[in-house]
Design a protein around this ligand. Structure first.
Ligand code: IPM
Ligand code: MN
Length: 357
């Protein structure tokens, strides 16, 4: 008998529940078609629960989530909650507590999807960013001195541990090898200014890289990476970088692959659980209007199945999405898709159920 995967579902805020509903529809169809089995466990963490009870993500929930095979998240962010609270206490808390040390963000333009890049097509835009997800500027290390006075000092430190950097690099090298495309790994840093943090990254990169003689090692400063992602995206195969640079460059990545409507990401502990999400936010102004694009959430489901080792089921989702974006959608943007949220989910579901091979 095949395994039943235990999957925690956190629809979250704003349009999160709408896109997750479509993602679950597709996952259920994939289950019917391929025999992969899931048990979905729903959690109501997010802005509503916080406003009601003051609770964000209790420790007991973290211990429950730790036991699961995967977590499927919609979006976190509520207009009535001060920015920073939900992000820190739910999203970042999950990343840190579950040690989801890889943030994997594929940037792939599918045929039929518009990119703002002139003269670039699917043959040029197909790379993956491996973002370190538990260190760097995100640890909360630092503080204020003399806050609120004219002498105040704010310190925000970037923490880079040898262990944390090495495990991220090793994942990137392994991923690049398995991906088997150009076999090129680009370290994105800032060795000319951040001479401590990226000195460590660069030394570790070349040291770990010795274990991967078949992979070309490339280095670029983060500002140059931003430029080349726009000018020559075909130069990249796999990019590895720290937390904040990864945050920034993957927004460029999302926009060149067609926008937040289709961009998905995975927060992964390769030795434990993982959390998958559409990388756009909760988009509160579109809530309940059936206009948000569910493909990013559906693609998060695709990534989740791949990470669970269900490549065949994952590929089925990707083929379905490719077919739908080619023939049935005008745009990836909310309100301009030419079809509604649930209709997009229905089209993908129908393709999954009807595909003849
Ligand atoms: C992301 C988001 C988060 C981040 C925010 C919401 C804390 O921008 O997942 O990229 O900065 O990591
Ligand atoms: Mn971001």
């Amino acid at each position: 008998m095949s395994k039943t995967y235990q999957i925690g579902v956190i629809p979250g805020d704003g349009t999160g529940p709408e896109v997750i509903a479509e993602g679950l529809k597709v996952l259920n169809a994939v289950s019917e078609k391929t025999g992969t089995k899931y048990n979905f466990i729903h959690y109501d963490f997010g802005g509503e629960r916080y406003l009601r009870s003051g609770e964000t993500l209790p420790d007991s929930a973290i211990n429950e989530l730790r036991q699961l095979d995967a977590i499927y998240l919609g979006a976190i962010g509520h207009p009535e909650v001060k920015p920073g609270i939900l992000e820190k206490e739910i999203l970042l808390n999950m990343r840190f507590s579950l040690d989801l040390y890889i943030n994997l963000r594929p940037v792939k333009l599918y045929p039929g999807v518009d990119t703002p890049l002139k003269d670039k097509g699917p043959e040029h835009i197909d790379f993956v960013v491996v973002r370190e997800n538990t260190e760097g500027l995100y640890t909360g290390s630092g503080g204020f001195l003399k806050k609120g006075t004219s002498d105040e000092i704010a310190i925000q430190e970037s923490i880079n541990t040898r262990k944390g950097v090495e495990r991220c690099l090793r994942f990137a090298f392994e991923y690049c090898r398995k991906r088997n495309k150009d076999k090129k790994l680009t370290l994105c840093g800032k060795t000319n200014v951040l001479t401590y943090a990226f000195d460590l990254w660069e030394r570790a990169f070349h040291q770990v890289g010795q274990e991967y003689p078949g992979i070309e090692k490339d280095y670029a400063h983060v500002d140059a990476v931003c430029m080349w992602m726009v000018k020559n995206p075909e130069w990249f195969d796999v990019i590895v970088t720290d937390n904040i640079f990864g945050d920034i460059i993957t927004d460029i990545g999302a926009i060149i692959q067609g926008g937040m409507g289709i961009a998905a990401g995975g927060n992964i502990n390769p030795e434990g659980t993982a959390m998958f999400e559409p990388i756009g936010g909760s988009a509160p102004k579109y809530t309940g209007k059936n206009v948000i694009n569910p493909l990013a959430a559906i693609m998060a489901g695709h990534m989740m199945l791949n990470n669970l080792g269900e490549a065949e089921a994952a590929d089925l989702i990707e083929r379905a999405v490719m077919a739908i974006v080619k023939d049935n959608m005008k745009s990836m943007d909310a309100g301009r898709m030419g079809t509604g949220t649930s209709e997009v989910g229905d089209l993908v579901t129908k393709y999954v159920l009807d595909e003849k091979k």
